[in-house]
Write a protein that binds this ligand. Structure first.
Ligand SMILES: [Zn+2]
Length: 52
């Protein structure tokens, strides 16, 4: 759960505490990648990872 509002790292939508969101952790060539995504972008990412 978020303690403070955070902007979606993809589209910039504000994610308020209490909103659903996705936290994504990964490794990128230049280091660790950590992103908070709104529900819409999380769904888009899921579709991308599924190759759809
Ligand atoms: Zn978003």
């Amino acid at each position: 759960m978020l303690r403070r509002p955070h902007d979606c790292d993809r589209c910039g939508t504000t994610i308020a505490p209490g909103d659903e969101y996705a936290a994504v952790d990964g490794i990128a060539p230049d280091g660790e990648l950590r992103a908070l995504l709104c529900v819409e972008c999380a769904a888009a990412l899921s579709r991308f990872l599924d190759g759809a």
